[in-house]
Design a protein around this ligand. Structure first.
Ligand code: ATP
Length: 235
């Protein structure tokens, strides 16, 4: 048992391929789960770690459920899938939750070349504003997934300017390569048009979120009155 990845049963061995899927998960929904499953299958990942952000730098001011609630919902959502696990690393770290720090941490545990950082195109298009963003593809592979409603940029405008010098385009494989051997690859998924913000809004309006989140997550949110409007009289 690897003591360095708490609450992760049966961690993969050093030779395995590991996905890191960070997010606010406020709350986790079927769009996240389906995306992770498609990527796991396509890239033959042995394990995908969902990493809830405790203090996401880009989501300040949003209605953010307490980290412990978001963590619990992720745990409930991935339960029963032997390929999915949850990492609490960002909840145990002080300060803001920067992805690069998480990836550096995973690199202390897993071999070079084993890590695949998964993020949606909406997040990737803002990566130039992330802490030490240029270090991320130097530390691991990066998989950028499509997301319904967001157009994938054309190949020649896909990489942020600040990353372009460090990569070359491998036309045979249709991906970008870094001198470390890591790749940045975009992957079109048949995505589910679900977002956490629309789920929160539905709950605030007292509407159903059934079939948008796993039943256990739906029950948890109801039990803890998450995202509900306060002071609204229902008649
Ligand atoms: P919000 O609506 O509050 O902004 P969100 O639904 O985008 O939240 P996040 O936790 O911010 O969820 O997303 C974590 C990661 O999951 C991001 O990389 C994002 O691009 C990706 N993602 C979120 N929803 C989907 C979806 N429906 N399909 C594919 N990827 C998604």
């Amino acid at each position: 048992m690897n003591e360095r990845l708490p609450r992760e049963p049966d961690p993969p061995s050093m030779g395995e391929r590991v996905g890191i899927f960070g997010g606010t998960f406020n709350p986790i929904h079927f769009g996240h789960l389906r995306s992770a499953e498609v990527i796991r299958e396509a890239f033959q990942l042995d394990r995908v770690y969902f990493v809830p952000a405790a203090r996401p730098p880009h989501k300040e001011g949003e209605h953010l459920a307490a980290p412990v609630h978001r963590l619990r919902m992720v745990e409930l959502a991935v339960a029963g899938n032997p390929f999915f696990a949850v990492s609490t690393v960002e909840l145990e770290r002080e300060g803001k939750s920067y992805s690069v720090d998480t990836i550096r941490y995973f690199r202390t545990v897993f071999r070079p070349g084993a890590l695949f950082f998964i993020l949606g195109i909406d997040a990737f298009l803002e990566i130039h504003s992330w802490k030490d963003f240029a270090d991320i593809p130097a530390l691991c592979h990066v998989i950028v997934t499509s997301r319904p409603g967001i157009t994938m940029p054309p190949r020649d405008r896909f990489l942020p300017v600040a990353l372009q010098a460090a990569f070359w385009y491998d036309s045979a494989c249709d991906l970008y390569r870094h001198k470390t051997g890591h790749m940045i690859v975009s992957y079109e998924i048949e995505g589910l048009n679900i977002s956490a913000s629309t789920i929160r809004e539905k709950i605030r309006q007292g509407k159903s979120v059934r079939y948008l989140v796993p039943p256990a997550v739906e029950s948890y949110m109801a039990e803890h009155a998450l995202y509900q409007a306060r002071g609204v009289l229902r008649c």
